[in-house]
Design a protein around this ligand. Structure first.
Ligand SMILES: [Zn+2]
Length: 588
């Protein structure tokens, strides 16, 4: 949260939306006592530990520790920046953002929305070009390429003309400045000064995000000029590897079928899609990224990869497979013959041929083994060991011991090496448990090393405003040893003194550190105490923190005394020793 947005505004927004309604727009929530539960969208699990409190307007996952308020949920789940999450919820809440009062937000929010707008103008410009009377040769090219007119329209395909500045002139006529055009990645500066259109004499494929906003463009030549495709550069709205081409159209089909077909290119997507294979996405690159996998995981845990039958495709598949398994996805692979891609296959043999191949998709294990068998000689010892060590890397990524055992058995049969040798090799590999990329780290980070007394006091203060006054008299923020609890307490004291609202979902807006926000949620979901136990618990916590404070004061004095001794500073030593005695008396 690098941008400051007035807290009262955030409070206003949070007060008018319901976190349960917002989250259930993305994942199904089930009522469970006072709260709502679901399988956590941020880590792989089979029993729900993701909890949403309607009462507190916060969520918390007991599995991975992810937690926060409605803003945080949108940021994490929809990969939004903070200003964007604020903008969306403000709209929902009917709160008007005073953009002119806050130039920083106004700049950020308006830059992205201006870029979407410019991209949209560019789409309609390119589209008009393609459907103009003079462009029949280009339309014929697409039709001959097997793309139906209806598909051309559905995907808003367009044409960048041969001229150097036709888009510049068009956007200028719409009042768009050159610097914005450049930020949108649509034009390039000339060495001699001035600008020219980035895309010329190419078919344009607009790239949409999951909310069907235009974020960038792919542009393809019609002859054999190289490169065959050029794409938009990264811009504030287009970040490579964070998106799938076509997912905006196919996401509902993917959810319905509970599996996704992953292909590589625009046409590999469009041709099968127009023939009714709709649960498909294009990765737009050779290897999948972690962000792409997590995006897809919102819709299904089952994927079939169809990559081009060339070496680049093969390597991309292998690299992506392990990552998919690590994310808990079920993966199958359709290998295509050399030089074949899904687009060509469907055009040549019809969509049913591709469907048949999907039916017979290879398991990940079988596919990887086949690729390795082509690369190494399975008959000699050296080749066997190479194949085994590659396969074990993948086998080791499975959480499930039964699956691991099954694969080891099959590997042993395939390479004709006794199982116990393979097991021995597997044991040499580091255990894979808990290294699910950053989620594993988060599990370790959460609630480790935090004094439960500090955590509990925060919970009590959040639940009972009157307690803050009492605790303020007893403890200062610096008495809290954890830097996060200290920060939370200091913010709470401030808000209390100013007579402001200290609801947990609102308190979070003042805490920029993710960890501190997480701690607030964690505290709120700690087990409830009975009314009669509360007062004693509060006093115990205060006492415990005081003891801790004394202990650290003593340690500190002890160090000072030692240094005064070694310096021979009699006078200082005497006063320090006196102080030390007073401290001990206080502790008793
Ligand atoms: Zn979780």
């Amino acid at each position: 949260m690098s941008v400051r947005i007035p807290e009262n505004l955030l409070e206003d927004i949070l007060g008018r939306v319901d976190i349960v309604e917002i989250i259930s727009g993305y994942i199904p929530l089930k009522k469970s006592g006072r709260n709502f539960k679901a399988n956590c969208p941020f880590h792989h699990e089979k029993t729900p530990s993701f909890t949403v409190s309607a009462h507190r307007q916060i969520y918390h996952c007991f599995g991975c520790g992810e937690s926060g308020n409605a803003f945080r949920f949108l940021m994490r789940h929809e990969k939004m920046e903070f200003p964007e999450a604020v903008e969306i919820l403000a709209k929902k809440a009917g709160v008007i953002l005073p953009e002119q009062n806050n130039p920083e937000i106004a700049r950020q929010v308006s830059l992205t929305s201006q870029l979407y707008k410019i991209n949209e103008l560019a789409v309609s410009f390119y589209e008009n070009n393609l459907h103009a009377s003079g462009a029949s040769a280009f339309r014929d090219y697409l039709l001959n390429r097997g793309i139906k007119l209806q598909t051309i329209k559905e995907f808003h395909l367009g044409l960048a003309a041969y001229e150097w500045n036709s888009l510049i002139n068009y956007l200028r006529s719409k009042g768009i400045g050159l610097s914005l055009m450049e930020k949108a990645g649509l034009i390039l500066p000339k060495d001699a000064g001035g600008y020219y259109d980035r895309f010329r004499n190419r078919i344009i494929f607009p790239i949409f995000d999951i909310r069907s906003r235009v974020i960038g463009f792919g542009a393809r030549v019609m002859d054999n000029t190289l490169p065959k495709y050029i794409n938009s550069p990264e811009t504030p709205v287009y970040i490579k590897g964070k998106n799938f081409f076509g997912l905006n159209l196919s996401k509902d089909y993917i959810r319905e079928n509970d599996f996704a077909i992953i292909v590589e290119g625009y046409l590999d997507f469009m041709i099968p899609y127009q023939e009714g294979l709709n649960n498909i996405v294009a990765s737009q690159g050779t290897a999948l990224t972690l962000e792409q996998i997590r995006l897809l995981k919102r819709y299904t845990h089952n994927v079939v990869m169809i990559y081009d039958g060339d070496t680049a495709g093969e390597i991309a598949t292998l690299r992506s497979l392990d990552m998919l398994i690590e994310e808990g996805m079920n993966v199958k692979v359709v290998p295509l013959p050399k030089g074949m891609d899904p687009d060509a296959l469907v055009r040549r043999e019809g969509v049913n041929s591709l469907k048949a191949k999907l039916q017979n998709a290879k398991s990940l294990f079988g596919y990887k083994l086949e690729v390795l068998k082509c690369r190494h000689n399975i008959k000699d010892a050296h080749g066997k060991s190479k194949i085994a060590s590659e396969m074990l890397l993948t086998i080791n990524k499975f959480d499930n011991a039964i699956l691991r055992g099954e694969y080891i058995k099959r590997l042993s049969e395939e390479i004709k090496v006794p199982e116990h040798y393979i097991l021995e090799e597997l044991n040499k590999l580091k255990p894979n448990v808990g290294v699910r990329s950053d989620e594993g780290l988060r599990v370790k980070k959460s609630s480790l090393g935090i004094n439960p007394a500090e955590n509990l006091l925060i919970k009590f203060m959040l639940e009972e405003r009157e307690l803050i006054e009492k605790i303020m008299q007893e403890l200062s923020p610096a008495d809290f040893t954890d830097i996060r609890t200290a920060k939370i307490v200091s913010v709470m004291y401030d808000l209390f003194t100013q007579g402001k609202n200290i609801e947990p979902s609102i308190l979070m807006n003042y805490l920029s550190e993710d960890d501190a926000s997480q701690l607030v949620c964690e505290s709120m979901f700690m087990p409830e105490l009975l009314e009669q136990e509360r007062e004693k618990a509060v006093n115990d916590c205060i006492a415990r923190i005081k003891v801790q404070r004394l202990k650290s004061q003593r340690e500190h004095l002890h160090i000072q005394i030692k240094s005064a001794q070694s310096l021979g500073d009699e006078q200082k030593l005497n006063s320090l020793i006196k102080e030390f005695h007073n401290l001990i008396k206080k502790g008793d």
